[in-house]
Structures are given as C-alpha cells and as structure tokens.
Design a protein around this ligand. Structure first.
Ligand SMILES: Cc1cc2nc3c(=O)[nH]c(=O)nc-3n(C[C@H](O)[C@H](O)[C@H](O)COP(=O)(O)O)c2cc1C
Length: 262
C-alpha cells in the first residue's frame, strides 16, 4: 500500500515541478536502510520527519487521512498495540474492531482557527479568503510594539530580531486553544521565514495532536524554510506542507486538495 503511495507522490511531485516550472518537494513514506528495510518512516522532505506519537496522514492524497503511530526515532509501528493502548494494522493504520479509522476534515467546523500576522494586508486578505471558505474563527497576531510604517525601518528591526532569534512580545491571546484541532497559521515571509512574533505566539501553546496548516505571502520566497521552523516551535503537532497564497484565487483549490474543505 505504501509503495503505491510513494509512486503516486513521486509522480505528483514531478507533475507539479513541470506545471509550476520549479522543483517541489512532497512529503513521502520511506523505508529504512538495511537492516531496517522493512520499517517505514514519514519524511517531510525538509529535514524533519514524523516521530513520537500519532499523525493523521493522507499519504495517497485521496482526501482521507489514516492515523499512524511513530516511535521516538521516527519508525512507524505496525501490527501491534501502541504504547497508549491502540491497535495498528499491518500497514500501520489505527484500527478499531478491524476497521481502519479515517478522518475527513469537515468544512466550516467550529474547531478550526485562523491565526495570522500581517503588516501591510496581503496575508490578511488570504486569511479572509480562508475564513470565507472554512468558516474558521480569525485572530490577528499583534506585536506588543507595532512595526514601523517605514519599510526600511521594519527591515532593520526584523533583521535584528531574526539574527538574535528574538521572541518579541505579542498581545494576542487565545484562551480556548484546546477546543481547536485545525489551526491555519498565516504570515508574510521575512528574510526567508516567518516574522519572529509568529514564533512568540506559537511557543505560548501546547500543539500536541493538533494539525497546523501554514500559509504565507511573499515577494517571491516559498514556504519551505518557514514550515521547518514552525515544526520546531510546535513539537508533537502535525504541520502539513505550507502554501504560498499571494494569489487568493488559488486558495479554494489548495484547501480542497488538502482535504480541508469539500
Ligand atoms: C522585513 C521584511 C522582510 C521580507 N523578506 C522577504 C523575503 O525574504 N522573501 C520574500 O519573497 N519577500 C520578503 N518580504 C516581502 C513580504 O513577504 C511580502 O510583501 C508579504 O506579502 C507582505 O505581507 P503582509 O502584507 O501581510 O505584511 C519581506 C518584507 C519585509 C517587510
């Protein structure tokens, strides 16, 4: 089953490379090197991998995710009982009474939240489009000290903050984060990653078991490096591949493809 997934994902990423005229990296299932050639792991293709708990993964992109358990080294458990007492079948999928458990994200569920940072409104427009399509609640991440209106002054402050890995104070608080299971995290790309206040916000919460959907806008940079940084700031969460959404007309297709709306 997973070999089919791998072939499919490879074909998909090749197709996307040709279509977009750029190289794209899709997350994929992999087997270990000898003597672990029969053991599976899930490579996000950005230097990180699924590990230490449960992950809902839609490996074959059919809009339905199955739930897999990975140990602390990143090996998928198969045909066994997980440390927290659930059964996984020979493919690693969580089963109850022999039935594979699946997850089809519902549109407009009350358990989705959009948090975003935006200095000049581009990311905010994308957040509003996601809100229209999903009905998710929206919260803007606000730095305690506003960024200057001058572009150059913002550049130098942002550069200083990035260089020192600063965590500038934010005034935004979500009291009931535990009620959300899917959190869209939006931001402009600043020097290749998300602005530091986004990490301040993220590092204030427990993301265990939650799905994080990163989206960004930028002059030209892609989302990959920022997604890698978000994974570091949100341990034990399922951070799906990020999307650059400068063109809001592409958001509906992206969300549908990721199984987040029907
Ligand atoms: C401090 C700063 C750094 C930026 N760094 C990048 C970058 O590394 N790559 C890029 O493509 N665009 C970069 N940009 C452009 C922004 O990502 C882009 O204009 C974004 O859409 C702005 O979103 P906003 O209107 O929501 O603030 C940068 C802009 C600023 C202000």
């Amino acid at each position: 089953m997973k070999q089919t997934k791998c072939v499919f994902l490879l074909a998909l990423s090749l197709l996307m490379s040709l279509t977009l005229g750029m190289v794209t990296f899709a997350a994929e299932w992999k087997t270990g090197a000898e003597p672990n050639q029969n053991r599976w792991w899930y490579d996000y293709q950005d230097g990180t991998y699924a590990r230490d708990g449960w992950f809902w993964l839609d490996g074959n992109q059919d809009g339905t995710a199955e739930c897999y358990y990975f140990d602390s080294e990143g090996w998928m458990l198969a045909n066994t009982t997980t440390p927290d007492g659930y059964q996984v079948n020979e493919n690693g999928a969580w089963v109850e009474n022999g039935v594979v458990m699946t997850q089809i994200p519902e549109p407009a569920q009350g358990n989705q939240l959009i948090v975003y940072f935006s200095r000049t409104g581009t990311t905010e427009r994308a957040a509003q489009r996601i809100h229209q399509l999903t009905g998710a609640a929206m919260v803007k991440i606000q730095a305690a000290e506003d960024y200057p209106s001058s572009y150059d002054a913002t550049l130098s402050r942002a550069q200083r903050e990035l260089d020192s890995r600063a965590r500038p104070a934010v005034t935004t608080v979500v009291d009931n984060m535990e009620q959300y299971s899917v959190i869209y995290v939006g931001y402009p790309i600043w020097f290749g990653t998300a602005p530091m206040p986004v990490f301040t916000f993220l590092e204030n919460y427990d993301w265990n078991g939650k799905t994080i959907v990163p989206f960004c806008t930028s002059g030209s940079s892609g989302a990959a490096a920022s997604v890698q940084d978000i994974r570091r700031s949100c341990p034990n969460s399922n951070v799906i591949e990020g999307q650059r959404v400068n063109d809001v007309s592409g958001i509906e297709g992206w969300l549908a493809g990721a199984g987040l709306i029907r």
